[in-house]
Design a binder for this molecule. Sequence first.
Ligand code: AMP
Ligand code: ZN
Length: 117
Amino acid sequence: MDNCIFCKIIKGEIPSKKFYEDDLMIIIADVNPRAKKHYLAIPKKHYKYFSEMTVGDAANLAKCISKIAELAPSLGLENGYRVIVNQGDDAVQTVPHLHIHLLGGQKLGIGGFTVDE
Ligand code: AMP
Ligand code: ZN
């Protein structure tokens, strides 16, 4: 996608603090961290929603999740972490390229991101 910020990061057109890369995904620091450790695991293929995934995309996402679990200790998430995937307007998804938030490095509150009344 031409105008997608995460596609541009994946292509190296926008700088990022990259912690991991393979043929399926990158893991970068979130530029606006909501926890002491806040990473974004971004599959390289551009799609916005789980509902857009092909069977192959889902299989690749499963591989990404396994890799995240393997890498977690080296990312400072050895004591646990929260996984968030925002989907659509009610979740306030701001970047239309599926990504997995990984939050940790501290004791997190019981909620996820902010919940407005
Ligand atoms: P979401 O609201 O789930 O779509 O999350 C998008 C996330 O991308 C937010 O947490 C932003 O802080 C983060 N973000 C936006 N632009 C960048 C960037 N250039 N580098 C790293 N993180 C970014
Ligand atoms: Zn994209």
